[in-house]
Design a protein around this ligand. Sequence first.
Ligand code: FAD
Length: 371
Amino acid sequence: MKYDVAIVGGGLAGLCLAIQLADTNFKVVLFEKESYPFHKVCGEYVSMESYPFLEKLGLPLSSMNLPMITHLKVSAPDGKLLEQTLDLGGFGISRYTLDNSLAALAIKKGVHLKTLTKVTEVQFEEDTFAIKTAQGNYQARLVCGAYGKRSVLDQQLKRPRAITKKNYIGVKYHIKLNFPDDVIELHNFKNGYCGISKVDGDKYCMCYLSDAQNLKDHRNDIKIMEEKVLMQNPFLAKYFKEAIFLYSSPLTISQISFAKKSAVHNHVLMMGDAAGNIAPLCGNGMSMAIHASKLAFDLIARYFNGEISRTQLEKHYEVIWNKHFAQRIGAGAFLQHTFGKEKLTNLSVGLLSKFPKITSSLISMTHGKPF
Ligand SMILES: Cc1cc2nc3c(=O)[nH]c(=O)nc-3n(C[C@H](O)[C@H](O)[C@H](O)COP(=O)(O)OP(=O)(O)OC[C@H]3O[C@@H](n4cnc5c(N)ncnc54)[C@H](O)[C@@H]3O)c2cc1C
């Protein structure tokens, strides 16, 4: 069977695109290497930008009793604190719940969801894509790459190496803690930061990004690194002491890089982190992935209706992707760079706490509008 669209990766970008395409009666196959439900390293704070879109897609967020987050607190490694009301705000939901709910919706809409299926090769020849997986081969008229930060496919597709000298690790816990429901806190430490906010199921997500060097410097032992680096921040020291940790060990990922990528490669339309990832401290990589799926869907529908050619589809997608996300990613990289430096963070947090309007405009530089 030849599909209209094959999507590689069943995270937010892939699932949201699949649902929109199936809703319009396109034949869609989505490949996901894991099996739902599963946990993912993510801060699990979703910017409100994508709330109306997710509801329109069929996800009943308003009846899921989710925490609505309206306040931000940022601390510097030396304990200085900045407090800010969030103009747009967000909501908390675990990836375990969010991705699983979208996957159930995709199946209901008629998406052929192939879980535990890792795509190892994508080839484009004579206007058709051949897709290889360990479970079999498939054909499609169009392929979308929604496979996240990095994948074996990057090498196979000969994309420039997304691993740079400077790379990061991500660590996530679900915890129980005496903590307000409507606040997201971001606590900086040397070469990293840790976010805490509420998610569904009466628990909190505690997730941090650290320069990989921090771990190397501490015998590759997360516990030692947390004690010697993260807990130098007085807020983190308190939370690590008081929290009840709900996993026996943390969920971790490594080799996260923020190297520039392309939105189209070898005729594959890339979206979400596969096209470019924003620094997590901005708290809206998920909304950007969801938004990219909408932008791609609109153009894909026009392509299949014969309004635009494949060349125009690829060109328009690249232009629109850059228009919506390139500047935000750049602003996020700048903020991450600033907050990566201990002394500069101490100084910036101290200064910004006196100028809420500047803080607010810095936040808005990395955010879009509801779509
Ligand atoms: C530490 C950290 C904290 C973060 N915190 C936040 C936050 O609080 N708020 C926010 O909005 N964003 C946050 N982000 C960013 C956010 O997690 C991502 O931007 C978002 O998940 C991107 O969605 P995606 O659909 O592109 O990719 P993913 O959600 O990563 O999905 C990609 C999927 O593809 C699958 N896959 C990969 N390769 C293959 C293959 N070859 N075959 C089949 N399947 C494959 C993977 O298993 C995965 O399920 C954070 C990121 C990090 C690293």
